[in-house]
Design a binder for this molecule. Sequence first.
Ligand code: HEC
Length: 222
Amino acid sequence: MQNGLTLSLTVLVLLGLCSNKPAIAQGEHARRAAAEIRVMVGDLKRLDSPELSTQHKTGLQERILGSISALDILFRLADEETAEPDTSPSAPGLPKISKLSIKKLRQAFIDDELKANNSILRQWLKLYPLALSRLEATQDTDMTIGKNLHKELCAPCHDNPARNTARPAYNLFDEANNLAVEEFIARLLTGVRGDRVTGIDNPLSDQQIQSLAAYYAFGKQP
Ligand code: HEC
């Protein structure tokens, strides 16, 4: 956790130096919650992979538990951001996901009931779908911003990541080409922040994320 925190702080500081204003658009927290759920579904699938080392398995399990713990606050923030001035229980807002169901998810995960986990998460995915409209890249998306950002901030850790660690950085070009678009974008939305302590606001603008997604999917790996 300590490493994750240092890492997130480093990236946040570096991104701050880039002087690009973060886009905290309406719905940012709901989007973050949606991305977090999408990544958890992907991580559960990764846990099933026979190639996973014991070390990496432990790292992934830790990461999933961390994400489950972050859900309560994320759902609350998402709810607050859409809350009507009228806060009566009948006021329209986001679907409520109770503390109890988060607790159940956590317990199911600890008890290794991956199937139960997945079906809970898939239900939540329906409640919190990830809106890709401003983030999905096409062949025509300008990848210059993404390319420069990557070179400056991401390449040192991500281009030749060490594999023999509990939390490998992953090669982002490989990920963009091997994962479903939605999952990769969800990973971009959550990955840069990496840690729930610092992970409230998104340090990358939508344009930066879209351009990074274009670069990783269609650009040439250095
Ligand atoms: C100091 C090293 C470092 C830097 C700099 C860094 N990352 Fe990472 N990144 C990591 C590590 C380590 C992980 C894995 C964290 C984990 O498993 O919890 C990670 C995770 C991610 C993930 C999630 C991958 C997955 O499959 O879950 C994405 C996406 C990502 N980083 C994108 C970026 C981008 C984009 C930048 C540049 C803006 C960047 N990172 C900068 C080290 C770094």
